[in-house]
Write a protein that binds this ligand. Sequence first.
Ligand SMILES: [Zn+2]
Length: 341
Amino acid sequence: MKFDLLEKRSSRRDILRGSVTLAGSAFLAHLFPAPLLRAYAAAPSVAPSAPDLLAYMRDWFNTFPMETQQLADNVTMFDGPGGAVVVLNGPDGKFVVDSFVAPAWPRLKEALDGLGNAPVQYLIDSHWHFDHTDNNAHFHAAGATVLAHQNTKKRMSEPHDLPVLLRAPNGVLIGLHFDPSPAEALPQETFSDSYKLQANGETIALQHVPAAHTDTDIYVHFQNVNVIQMADLFFNGMYPYIDPGTGGKITGVIAAAAKILSLADNDTKIVAGHGPLGNKSDLTKFRDMLVTARDRVEKLKSAGKSAQEAVADKPFADLDPVWGKGIINGDQFVQIVYLTL
Ligand SMILES: [Zn+2]
């Protein structure tokens, strides 16, 4: 089943009025992509006909298995139900980055408890998207301080309609609507540029980047153990989602990749928001692909072509066999690049 990305907006009523039968994996994955290709196998084959789409997506993400990977003696990655969660653990407590979707909370809590009795001191949000921030309130209720870039708090405080919509085969437009988050889900501490935490013998450096995947993104550098968590600034091995509705810019994603490449060495573990754990070589390939994609679409756009005409030109035909097999296909990525130039 195939869906086209459109530039038009649609009201939530239009969205929910639609009686649409969808292939869940194809439809949902290119809104908020799944961590790994294997996730497709776990996706339900049919979505509800008049769904509360956001609730459905939460449940769908929660069908993913959670995998554990040790990145260093005191740093653990949990990967699965929405992004990748990284935990620094030790006598000073736990410091957690990102939090999966809400229905995954019991599994995440169990996994965190399994690391030891130390309380979670801080939960850090990499950006505002719900598959990374959904358990803010749970963490705060358990005593943690939620820390994020100031734009994350701003975006979570506002309503958003996803401007890149999908057209189902029957012609109905579908999109996502986000209500403002309740007060208890908002970050308690924010910063404007950078922030440093010292704990458990580690230095955690948080750095905002100019508009990239969204305008809320930070990367998290665990400096002593040589781990950099890029979250959704990096989709390892696949075309990325870039959010035109909250300030996403492809040039910003390229700049973020270049910045991390300047910090990384050949041993640096680079945590992607979606896709397997990466390294400098993976990130270099990702950056090079983005530069090629940006240049080609920029040329078409400056020649006066519409997004649909740019898609029809198939500018990524040679890239698709490598990058288009994951979450976003080549046609969709042409439109994402076009909208985020
Ligand atoms: Zn995201």
